[in-house]
Design a protein. Structure first.
Length: 313
């Protein structure tokens, strides 16, 4: 008799991410933008535990206020569980508990990490035996960031961000994240980008239809060189995010004055990621930012994607 049949949970974990680069193309007729992104998985995790149940349910714990999050089929984790059940021919439900550490609407893909961890947890709970390719197919149905949360490491994302190619990365990179007190809506940030580009079309010129990742950034990752990487970090959504949340510019300035090699808004924000030279520099930077009453967390990267940790909670 397996541990899962005794009513014990399967525990899975998936990482949040930072965007080392995010180039955004022109808005298409379908309302979506083609992007070129470089994701890096960081050691700030979502922990998901699942139990066999007669119905689908979801609850939250951890340091993040989740009171505004839906716990029904609007939540990616519940949708992920239902996809695994359908793909595996499972009639049972599942009780999901998520211990959240990644900020909500913070540009770090916390909801996508929840979904990715739920996929692998439910696959293990029900012994559905889905292949990695099948799980990635389900992840792509759930959203652009979910396949990367499943894969982890460092990767280029094209199209809507879900066409992934792994990036050869050497060594370890040390980051300090300033976690937001508030939230930014991803659609609102993209709308602000479109408005900014329309407003300044004469100065900016035509928007690139198919953005791409710079060779310099990829070389810095292959070399494991944080100083070279700092020179190539970029995010087209940073300016519109700052326009919607102007305190981000103060945070960026403070971190760079405190010794960061570079800082940038992660994804659509408002999390700000600072690249440090090494572990000791990251500790100093975290102390300086915390002294300024900011929620600063030190993480390393790249790390593994979603995986089952244990079958007994």
């Amino acid at each position: 008799m397996t541990s899962t049949s005794q009513g014990l949970p399967v525990h899975a974990r998936a990482p949040g991410k930072v965007n080392l680069y995010l180039g955004v193309g022109a808005v298409g007729d379908d309302g979506y933008h083609e992007v070129a992104s470089v994701y890096q998985a960081v050691s700030l995790y979502e922990d998901v535990r699942v139990w066999r149940s007669s119905e689908f349910s979801l609850s939250f714990s951890g340091p993040i206020d989740c009171s505004a999050l839906p716990t029904d089929d609007r939540n990616l984790a519940v949708r992920a569980a239902r996809l695994v059940a359908t793909a595996g021919g499972v009639d049972d439900g599942v009780r999901i508990e998520i211990e959240k550490s990644v900020p909500i609407a913070g540009g770090m893909g916390g909801g996508s990490a929840d979904a990715a961890a739920t996929l692998v947890a439910c696959d293990a709970l029900w012994n559905t035996g889905l292949t990695r390719e099948q799980l990635h197919g389900l992840a792509a149905e759930l959203g652009a960031d979910v396949p990367f949360a499943l894969a982890g490491g460092t990767a280029i994302g094209l199209g809507r961000g879900d066409e992934l190619s792994p990036v050869l990365t050497q060594g370890r990179f040390d980051w300090v994240l300033v976690l937001p007190r508030g939230e930014l809506s991803t659609p609102a940030v993209y709308r602000e980008l479109d408005t900014h580009r329309e407003r300044h079309a004469g100065d900016l010129g035509p928007v690139v239809e198919h953005p791409s990742v710079s060779t310099e950034l990829l070389q810095a990752l292959r070399a494991g060189d944080p100083e070279l990487l700092a020179e190539s970090l970029a995010n087209d959504l940073q300016a519109p995010a700052i326009h919607l949340s102007d305190e981000l510019s103060d945070v960026l300035e403070l971190g760079e004055r405190a010794g960061a090699l570079a800082g940038l808004v992660s994804g659509s924000g408002p999390t700000v990621a600072f690249l440090a030279e090494d572990r000791e520099s990251a500790i100093d930077l975290q102390i300086a930012l915390s002294a300024a009453q900011l929620r600063a967390v030190r993480v390393s990267a790249p790390v593994h994607g979603a995986r089952v940790l244990q079958l007994d909670g």
